[in-house]
Design a protein around this ligand. Structure first.
Ligand SMILES: *Cc1c(COP(=O)(O)O)cnc(C)c1O
Length: 397
């Protein structure tokens, strides 16, 4: 047992629900509900447009960037919040490519989340300079890094299998070959200790609605290495990334440091909610959280495998090579997950056959893990999943 104490009481977790999907959408922190109310009623209502100054709305992107920075090993002033992760991927890649103008290859892997690959391909096509998006197996990334690569663009934790890349080793290898390293921390931030400085990462991006519990559609973040940021030209040169937005110059001049990665008006209510959500991490030692996450996921694997022979582990068995999620394969995975959800156990399904469970030590408990494992065993053993209502696909899986 690690020294980790659950902070479950900080979250709204409906009775009868075992929530193992905080890797996809974190639950509502009680403080966030109150902050949303207060931002609307005490700020927007009475302050009207003066809220931008009086309530510090305009500083939220930097303030939140610094709070997230603490969880990912980024120094103060190197991270900013805004837009969606797809946009932040585009920004990071566009800037990286300009820093390596003579190179034409972007290296990624087949475990990356599709939007990262789609955004990269879209950008490369728009540039029209003959860039290539090279997508290899996750295990083949290291060997594919050579002098043609402008940037590696990888998601540290595979959204399907939970496989964890060695960020430090791959970044080192990229640098040894003159390439830059862009890391997507969508399934890392708030889930495990990340040390961007120690890994010497050049760019990092991530979302805040998964393990950081910022709520549906919460804004993303971007980090740029401090000694690189002033060479970076923002491809999305919005007015709030300008050196002096309220000078209303006709020409663009990038702002100092990470501010240049801002684009347009921040979503203030959503950012206020995120600010309150991040309070749940105050005083949390990420090493303790990681130890607890490993305990929960090891317990889950052992209990599922004991209860059920008809699922196969899709995640790495070694916890050192896994993020904070565990996935199993079952040929009828979609229906199995629907049957679990009907019993109040919420994970999710990723095509073609993966059932996925996220473990968030802030609120998940050993009892929940046992309940979920036992339910999987029963549902698979009895064929409870084999009903028409469980086989009908919904839009969001
Ligand atoms: C969740 C996730 C996204 C989602 O991008 P949005 O723009 O926020 O919809 C992108 N990339 C990765 C790796 C993800 O896990």
């Amino acid at each position: 047992m690690s020294g980790f104490t659950t902070r479950r009481a900080l979250f709204v977790l409906p009775d009868g629900i075992t929530y193992l999907d905080g890797n996809s959408l974190g639950p509502l922190p009680r403080a966030a509900a109150e902050r949303a109310r207060a931002t609307v009623a005490d700020e927007w209502g009475p302050l009207l447009i003066t809220g931008w100054n009086k309530a510090g709305w305009m500083d939220l992107p930097r303030k939140l960037g610094d709070r997230i920075g603490k969880l990912i090993g980024a120094p103060e002033g190197s991270t900013v919040v805004g837009d969606t992760l797809s946009i932040k991927v585009y920004q990071a890649l566009a800037s990286a490519l300009e820093l390596r103008p003579e190179r034409r290859v972007v290296l990624s892997d087949s475990g990356n989340f599709p939007t990262d690959l789609y955004m990269a391909k879209g950008l490369l096509d728009s540039l029209g300079k003959g860039h290539e998006l090279k997508v290899v197996d996750p295990e083949a990334v290291a060997d594919a890094i050579d002098e043609s690569v402008a940037a590696i663009m990888l998601t540290q934790v595979d959204y399907r299998t939970g496989r964890l890349h060695d960020m430090k080793a791959l970044t080192e290898k990229a640098h040894a070959h003159g390439a830059l390293a862009i890391w997507d921390l969508a399934h890392s931030a708030g889930a495990l200790p990340v040390d961007l400085t120690g890994c010497d990462a050049d760019f990092a991006v991530g979302c805040t609605y998964k393990y950081l519990n910022g709520g549906p559609g919460a804004p993303a973040f971007i980090f740029v290495r401090p000694d690189l940021v002033d060479q970076v030209r923002p491809a999305l040169s919005g007015w709030l990334g300008h050196a002096a937005p309220f000078a209303f110059d006709l020409d663009y001049r990038p702002g100092d440091g990470i501010s240049r990665m801002r684009v347009g008006t921040p979503p203030v209510i959503q950012m206020a909610v995120l600010d309150a959500a991040l309070d749940a991490f105050e005083g949390v030692d990420m090493a303790d959280l990681r130890a607890r996450s490993i305990e929960l996921s090891e317990q889950f694997i052992a209990e599922v495998e004991a209860a059920c022979r008809d699922v196969t582990l899709a995640s790495p068995r070694d916890p050192a090579h896994r993020g904070s999620q565990v996935s199993f394969r079952h040929p009828e995975g979609y229906a199995v997950m629907q049957a679990l959800i009907a019993r109040g156990i919420i994970g999710d399904f990723r095509a073609p056959d993966i059932i996925r469970f996220g473990f968030c030590p802030l609120y998940n408990t050993a009892e929940e893990v046992s309940r979920a494992a036992a339910a999987i065993g029963e549902i698979v053993a009895t064929g409870e999943w084999d009903r028409p209502e469980f086989r009908t696909r919904k839009a969001v899986t």
